[in-house]
Design a protein around this ligand. Structure first.
Ligand SMILES: Cc1cc2nc3c(=O)[nH]c(=O)nc-3n(C[C@H](O)[C@H](O)[C@H](O)COP(=O)(O)OP(=O)(O)OC[C@H]3O[C@@H](n4cnc5c(N)ncnc54)[C@H](O)[C@@H]3O)c2cc1C
Length: 376
């Protein structure tokens, strides 16, 4: 069920990383994405507040792995996923708004909703409900699990521009003064278009009374961006949206329900990526649900396996990213890290393998890794 009709837009940076790509390949959908308008991304460019630049290819020289990513507008990408889901589903309802859960005490027994434009309510009974309904999740709200903690919440803008100069096939992440902690991104798209945005912790926004839309425009007006944006055209305005971060572990399951993706608050606190973790949560929830159905057991104890497997898969990585996010709030340190990445093959390689989702989990959790990188 989705309240929209596909294809539909979703405010996003549109960067599809190694992790998303792994799930997409497992679902045998990458070839479908390649038939659609998108851009192959081959590296990432970081710029520090002091202007230092590190260019990191996703496939480092002499690497055994071949890594890449895509930048694909969500109106296109989500439609590839949704169409495949629709083909596989017994029944698929678009323009159907879920208004409430059907509950028996604390046990979820289905959903209640209405078709867009119609008033008549419809009820659906189910053994389990999977809430993959975004940051403002009605499932999380109805189960008392919705929580807007502004220290673990980013607000971001997005605009589509054409005609920015010096574009390459690298995604660009700029740590500019106007939005630290946070960043300004320029992600290349097909046919000379680019996805441009700015994101910042909500607690900082509130404290410093920053108007993000104005900060977005201001970022394009300082050098070196002023020159690059001098003849750029903005199409469709600047939109804003929320990002619930995985720096805080939330309750994501209970009697007869699981929360997935943004509804569970799984966004990477450093990179702002949420598509990969949303897809991984879907993959794990499907496996757990299949087992629960086979055992006729949709209790909280049975569905706890979902939380265990998910945190086992992405927990270390989220912790590392939270550490990086906090380090990134110290400007001299950010200058130092980007400077290191610009000079040290080992640091650059580590960042690129982390972005490609190829760093072993044990390495992510080990303090020795960071000591080694510090002296690399
Ligand atoms: C500005 C910005 C930039 C970002 N950039 C990136 C990036 O470059 N790469 C990346 O990986 N991630 C990025 N993210 C994060 C990413 O967009 C999200 O993590 C991702 O969309 C989560 O997917 P989801 O399916 O959980 O939720 P959503 O994509 O929000 O989908 C939720 C769906 O639920 C439906 N829905 C909601 N409520 C109801 C209801 N009551 N009834 C029926 N249907 C309902 C909606 O219509 C929607 O289709 C960015 C986010 C923002 C805001």
């Amino acid at each position: 069920m989705d309240k929209n009709r596909f294809p539909r837009d979703k405010v996003c940076g549109d960067a599809i990383s190694g992790k998303s790509l792994r799930v997409l390949r497992d679902l045998d959908l990458e070839w479908k994405l390649r038939l659609e308008p998108q851009l192959e991304a081959h590296g990432v460019l970081f710029s520090a507040p002091n202007g230092k630049i590190a260019r990191i290819p996703f496939t480092p020289p002499q690497a055994k792995r071949q890594s890449m990513g895509y930048v694909c507008r969500r109106v296109v990408f989500d439609n590839v996923l949704f169409s495949a889901a629709k083909e596989a589903a017994t029944e698929c309802l678009e323009e159907f708004v879920v208004d409430a859960l059907v509950k028996d005490g604390a046990t979820v027994r289905g959903v209640l909703g209405h078709r867009a434009g119609e008033k008549t309510p419809r009820t659906f009974h189910a053994h389990a409900v999977l809430g993959a309904d975004g940051f403002d999740s009605i499932v999380a709200r109805q189960m008392g699990l919705y929580e807007h903690d502004s220290k673990h919440w980013v607000v971001a803008t997005r605009g589509y521009y054409r005609g920015i100069t010096e574009m390459t096939d690298y995604i660009e992440i700029h740590f500019v003064d106007a939005v630290t902690p946070g960043y300004f991104w320029i992600f290349p798209l097909e046919n000379g278009w680019a996805n441009v945005g700015i994101g910042m912790l909500h607690s900082e926004l509130k404290q410093r009374r920053i108007n993000l839309r104005q900060a977005h425009i201001a970022a394009t007006q300082v050098e070196p961006f002023r020159t690059r944006f001098a003849h750029a055209e903005l199409a469709g305005g600047i939109s804003g949206w929320n990002l619930p971060l995985g720096s805080k572990r939330r309750q994501i399951h209970g009697e007869g329900f699981m929360l997935l993706g943004d509804a569970a608050g799984l966004i990477d606190p450093f990179s702002g990526e949420g598509i990969g973790n949303a897809m991984v949560s879907g993959e794990i929830a499907a496996k757990v649900l299949a087992r629960a159905c086979a055992q006729n057991n949709w209790s909280a104890a049975s569905l706890a396996e979902y939380a265990d497997l998910l945190w086992g898969e992405i927990g270390n990585e989220l912790q590392t990213s939270y550490l990086l996010q906090r380090l990134g709030q110290v400007k001299p340190l950010l200058n130092f890290i980007v400077g290191k990445a610009a000079k040290s093959f080992e640091v650059a390689n580590w960042i690129s393998s982390m972005m490609a989702n190829e760093t072993p989990r044990a390495e992510l959790a080990s303090p020795l890794t960071y000591l080694r990188l510090l002296f690399a």
